[in-house]
Ligand binder design. Structure first.
Ligand SMILES: *Cc1c(COP(=O)(O)O)cnc(C)c1O
Length: 407
């Protein structure tokens, strides 16, 4: 049987998971109710430190906060990374409340509204423009406000990221401008009273193949240098996206950073030779936070049907769509799930973990091996620090929202 990568990121004492130094049962008491999401500071800090140690010093790390926009998490990460990438006016407001200076915040998204653009110009954040129409809107907002907007151009590259869980570049895309449309946009930009800062190329998400990522990074730098010839000024920043994946499913293996580090050093050298002032940014969401978080729900009832065990819990897909297999997965696979207050347990069994919703989609674990559990036990879904709560249909069936804590 193909197994999940072992979940070793948290301490374990007396067969019970611990987060932030608290045994899970105590943490549940502290939160005061289930279900809840918990994210561990220590793990986030270790993750950032690990990346910094592995990657060349010239690479700047940005946090793409749509992965986990909890204000306390964003604030904590703001003190650890070099910038924050936002994808809406709401995220922008959260990012601006942190210690991150506005000039280190960038704003991407194919459908930015005039109100959002106006706030972004006024705030002085970098706007990654994704079309000629969007550029004209930024120019109008700038004129209205009497503030020169800062812009970078998001390019839909003429190549795509191999082996990505989700592709966001190459071929027809709503994101950015096709590479061949970029010179015309840069020519228009030259006539505007806007500050040109650079280029943004994002190729895709959830990739566990270092060589595919390194290849895309090389192609991104090459494309950027080609387009830079048409730019109205020097490239101050080049954001080459991220896409670093984490192991979710049986057979997945953690990303190997070593080949990425070698590749990035080559890209830095190449940039240095042609465009020495350019700051190279990586924007990572999932990789920074996914493994730091768990989703915890309580077993309400244990029942049997045709010989199979079902653990009915107070949590489910309305809080954690991704773990139910309905957030972008083609074939449903189990996230790593365990009984958090008895990880190994005395007796083990195959069980399915379901939620309270009246739909067969509300499945957090399908026939997984775990410790034998009963009413009151705490089910833990690992790898839940990214695309959890805010990527879930919380209003579906009108259950209360889960709590969220940073410990
Ligand atoms: C979503 C997104 C990210 C973050 O992707 P992860 O897979 O979470 O690292 C980065 N950049 C852009 C432009 C995005 O839309």
């Amino acid at each position: 049987m193909i197994a999940h990568a072992p979940q070793t990121q948290f301490a374990v004492a007396g067969d019970m998971l611990q987060l932030g130094g608290l045994p899970l049962v105590r943490l549940a008491q502290r939160v005061g109710r289930t279900p809840f999401y918990a994210y561990e500071r220590q793990h986030i800090a270790r993750r950032v430190a690990g990346l910094r140690a592995a990657l060349p010093a010239g690479v700047h790390l940005h946090y793409a906060m749509k992965a986990n926009p909890m204000p306390a998490v964003v604030q904590y990460l703001a003190g650890l990374v070099d910038g924050i990438d936002v994808a809406s006016g709401g995220e922008l407001a959260i990012a601006l409340d942190t210690v991150m200076p506005a000039q280190r915040i960038s704003f991407a998204g194919p459908g930015k509204g005039d109100g959002e653009l106006s706030c972004a110009v006024a705030a002085g954040v970098l706007i990654n423009v994704e079309s000629l129409v969007q550029l004209e809107r930024v120019a109008l907002a700038s004129e209205r406000l009497g503030v020169a907007g800062k812009v970078a151009v998001r390019v839909n590259p003429d190549f795509s990221l191999r082996r990505a869980g989700m592709r966001m570049g190459g071929g027809a895309q709503p994101f950015g401008l096709d590479a061949e449309q970029v010179p015309a946009l840069l020519a228009r930009l030259r006539q505007m009273a806007l500050e040109f800062h650079g280029l943004h190329i994002y190729t895709g998400s959830q990739n566990l193949c270092a060589t595919a990522l390194a290849e895309a990074q090389g192609q991104s730098v090459e494309l950027a240098l080609r387009l830079a010839d048409h730019a109205p000024g020097p490239l101050r920043v080049l954001n080459i996206g991220g896409g670093f994946g984490v192991p979710y499913f049986p057979g997945d293996q953690a990303l190997d950073l070593a080949p990425l580090a070698d590749g990035l050093q080559r890209q830095l050298d190449r940039l240095q030779a042609v465009s020495p002032g350019t700051r190279l940014n990586l924007e990572l969401g999932r990789y920074l936070v996914a493994e730091s978080g768990i989703y915890v729900c309580k077993v309400i009832e244990r029942k049997l049907s045709h010989g199979q065990v079902f653990l009915v819990t107070d949590g489910g897909l309305h809080h954690h769509l991704a773990a139910s297999g309905n957030f972008g997965q083609l074939i449903r696979k189990n996230y790593p799930v365990a009984i958090g207050n008895r990880l190994h347990g005395g007796e083990r069994e195959l069980a399915s973990v379901v939620g309270p919703l009246c739909t067969p989609l509300d499945l957090l674990a399908d026939q997984m091996e775990m410790a034998r559990a009963d009413t009151g036990d705490l089910v833990v879904v690992f790898q839940s620090g990214a695309y959890g709560l805010t990527a879930s249909p919380t209003a579906f069936l009108s259950h209360p929202l889960p709590a969220e804590v940073l410990v």
